[in-house]
Design a protein around this ligand. Structure first.
Ligand code: PHE
Length: 451
């Protein structure tokens, strides 16, 4: 292995900082916007059950694998594979990861921009006495405002990445994530105490397996990967900033549990309200933006809560977009040898340009469709349901079959200083269970095999 110069790389300052940053990447619009909307479209309970199974048999092991690769290599996603497997084509995983970062950030920044508009709407009391669906539709289909917010959001993302890993990413996440958690809890209580809330809980937690198709199973896999930020190297990049004495297994488990808990709570916040207020669980990407304002109007001090909530949602999105941009910036600065600052500016502008098309696909470009999907839908579908699962599969195959068990053991146990109770299980999962499960879901949903 080439000699790595650790001296000039930034790293996370504390154990809690690591968890906060990784959880900051994981927890975001994926939990609060995407999980409810995809669960709603996919029929609820049975989808949720399959999603949970994927989190634990695929998600946690893949996250841990990414940490191992990143911390061992001390490099960006692309460079990590170049260093760990010189002369072999595994760096293709890194290239796929870069493409995924581009795609995801492009459409993610559209929705992140929506959260900014909703902060302003909340402050100006813009929901009061209005039909929230009409408000949402008229904003979404306008041209200028969504583009402006997306630009501002990309600017904020670039600005934080600009300030570097420790001062930028770590500082903000540490405080704001726990706050978001408590606010969601409060809103769950309000949602659950609405008349007719029980139906929503039933929808979310009572599995109806007649709703399950292989397409739905693939959605669940994609959502699990998307929500945990796995399969494209964001966590390889972050893993490279984790200090050598960190217990990686514990970190992966804690981050995954926190992420899953927040997604489920978001479901409990949304669906009882959806049913109680007679809204449509299949409303698609606009679901939470239509439901939440209604919920706030029914809450004591809803005005204040709505402002705080949309600010925190924007921050949660920001800590995720930062991790996406960081993938590109770490790559460009370490591999292409341009300065971090230049890499940030160029990367952010390039992604923003693709993002403009994603945003316009709700308005001026809404008629541009392929397989009945808009450009936004395509970016979302291809990254979550194809690039991330394929990336996740390649990552566990690389680690399980080509990396060497001894090296994995050393990295996971911090050179033998930690007790490793589940090492055998972990190896078994990354060698067999996770790759086979992902492959089966793919082959079935494409229709190559039929179970
Ligand atoms: N996990 C993030 C979310 O749930 C999105 C994300 C995906 C971030 C992939 C980084 C990489 O919002």
């Amino acid at each position: 292995m080439a000699n790595v110069d650790f001296s000039n790389r930034d790293s996370f300052g504390s154990k809690f900082g690591v968890i906060a940053a990784a959880a900051g990447s994981a927890v975001g619009l994926g939990n609060i916007w995407r999980f409810p909307y995809v669960a709603g479209e996919s029929g609820g309970g049975a989808f949720v059950l399959i999603y949970l199974a994927f989190i634990f048999i695929i998600g946690v092991p893949v996250m841990l694998s990414e940490f191992v690769i990143g911390r061992k290599a001390q490099r960006n996603t692309f460079g990590a594979f170049k260093i760990l497997a010189p002369g072999k084509p595994w760096f293709i995983i890194g290239i796929m990861g870069l493409v995924a970062a581009f795609f995801i950030l492009a459409f993610y920044s559209t929705i992140a921009g929506w959260t900014l508009e909703y902060i302003v709407k909340a402050v100006s009391n813009g929901f009061k006495g209005q039909d929230t669906t009409i408000i949402f539709e008229s904003f979404k289909t306008s041209t200028f405002k969504p583009l402006m917010w997306q630009f501002i959001f990309m600017f904020l993302t670039g600005w934080i990445v600009f300030s570097g890993v420790k001062n930028g990413i770590e500082k903000y996440t540490k405080v704001l994530m726990p706050l978001l958690f408590f606010l969601i809890l409060l809103m769950c209580i309000r949602s659950l105490t609405l008349d007719g809330a029980a139906k929503g809980l039933e929808f979310l937690f009572k599995p109806d397996f007649s709703k399950i198709t292989w397409g739905v199973v693939l959605e669940a896999l994609g959502q699990a990967a998307f929500s945990l930020s796995i399969g494209m190297g964001a966590l390889i990049t972050y893993g490279s900033y984790i200090q050598k004495d960190n217990n990686l297994s514990k970190t992966a488990l804690q981050v995954s549990l926190a992420d899953t808990l927040i997604a489920l709570l978001a479901g409990v916040m949304i669906f009882p309200a959806v049913f109680a207020l007679g809204m449509d669980p299949q409303a698609g990407p606009g679901l939470v933006f239509q439901v939440l304002p209604e919920l706030f109007m029914k809450m004591p001090a809803g005005y204040i809560f709505s402002i705080i909530f949309f600010i925190l949602l924007a921050v949660a999105a920001l800590t995720s977009t930062v991790s996406l941009l960081e993938v590109v910036v770490a790559f460009a600065s370490e591999e292409l040898k341009i300065s971090r600052n230049k890499a940030t500016i160029i990367g952010a502008i390039a992604i923003w340009l693709v993002g403009v098309i994603a945003t316009l696909s709700f308005s001026d470009l809404s008629h541009v469709k392929l397989f009945d999907l808009t450009i936004f839908d395509i970016l979302d579908y291809v990254s979550a349901n194809i690039l991330l699962p394929v990336g996740a599969m390649a990552i566990v195959i690389f680690l399980g079959w080509f990396f060497g068990k001894k090296l994995i053991f050393d990295e996971l146990s911090n050179e033998g200083t930690l007790k490793m109770k589940f090492f055998g299980l972990f190896i078994f999962i990354i060698k067999f269970i996770a790759p086979i499960a992902i492959l089966l879901v793919f082959l079935n949903s494409i229709g190559i095999i039929k179970f």
